[in-house]
Design a protein around this ligand. Structure first.
Ligand SMILES: [Zn+2]
Length: 105
């Protein structure tokens, strides 16, 4: 499964509790079509203490969300957008459907 969203991209959430919020993609699970985004879909995790450097306790961590709940934000026109793949000489690139700009990451 080829995802049009990559690690490091800026996305906007289009459904759910975090709808309308934007964040940077920090992890992509291409097999399951899920992404993890900085500050989005935060869940509380109980961490067990492991030595002095990790005190444990309850911490907030982003959980995976479905790729279909997010849209890529085009770095050129700053709009949540769909992309299409275009073949260049040496690689395939993502092109914003709104402004036609290449989305590089
Ligand atoms: Zn654009």
């Amino acid at each position: 499964m080829k995802l049009s969203i990559r690690k490091g991209d800026l996305i906007e959430v289009i459904s759910g509790d975090d709808k309308g919020r934007q964040g940077k993609v920090i992890e992509v699970d291409a097999k399951k079509g899920r992404i993890k985004v900085e500050g989005i879909n935060m869940v509380k995790r109980h961490e067990r203490a492991s030595g002095a450097s990790k005190p444990g306790g309850i911490i907030d961590k982003p959980a995976f969300l479905n790729r279909s709940n997010a849209m890529l934000v085009c770095p050129k026109c700053s709009k949540p957008t769909r992309v299409r793949w275009e073949q260049r000489v040496d690689k395939r690139v993502r092109v914003c459907k709104s402004c036609g700009g290449e989305v590089v990451s």
